[in-house]
Design a protein around this ligand. Structure first.
Ligand code: FES
Length: 124
C-alpha cells in the first residue's frame, strides 16, 4: 500500500477517516460507516451528498462536467462540492456534511425551510 495515495478526511464534529486516491469522498465516507446521504446513488443528480470544504480545497479533484452542471443549477458556492464526484488527491482535507438527517433534506433539498421554521414556533 502506497501511503502517498492515502489521505485523511476530517468531518467537522464527526470523525476522521482515510481515503484512497481512487475513491470519491462518498465512497470513503460510506465505507467508514458514515450515514452519508446519496439519494441518486452517486450520479451527480440529487446533491444530497454535498459537503462544505473547510480546509484543503487545493487537494481535491477539479469538478467534472456533471458536478459543474449540478452546482450551476443549484447555485452552490465555490466551497461546496459533491462528495460523489470529488476525490482527495494530494493531501488531507477538512469537510462538513450538510445534509445529516431528514429535516436537513427537507430544508436544503426540498426547500421546506419556511415550513420547518414555522413548526418550531408552533405551540402544541
Ligand atoms: S449522491 Fe446524488 S449528487 Fe451525489
Amino acid at each position: 500500500m502506497n501511503l502517498k495515495n492515502i489521505h485523511k478526511i476530517e468531518f467537522v464534529n464527526e470523525t476522521v477517516i482515510e481515503i484512497q486516491k481512487d475513491e470519491t469522498i462518498l465512497q470513503a465516507s460510506l465505507a467508514a460507516g458514515i450515514p452519508h446521504f446519496h439519494v441518486c446513488g452517486g450520479n451527480a443528480k440529487c446533491s444530497t451528498c454535498r459537503v462544505i470544504i473547510h480546509e484543503g480545497a487545493s487537494h481535491l479533484s477539479q469538478p467534472n462536467k456533471a458536478e459543474q452542471k449540478l452546482k450551476q443549477q443549484k447555485n452552490f458556492g465555490g466551497n461546496v462540492r459533491l462528495a460523489c464526484q470529488t476525490k482527495v488527491l494530494t493531501g488531507d482535507v477538512k469537510i462538513q456534511r450538510i445534509i445529516k438527517d431528514i429535516t436537513d433534506l427537507d430544508i436544503y433539498v426540498y426547500g421546506k425551510e419556511s415550513d420547518f421554521v414555522q413548526s418550531i414556533g408552533d405551540e402544541k
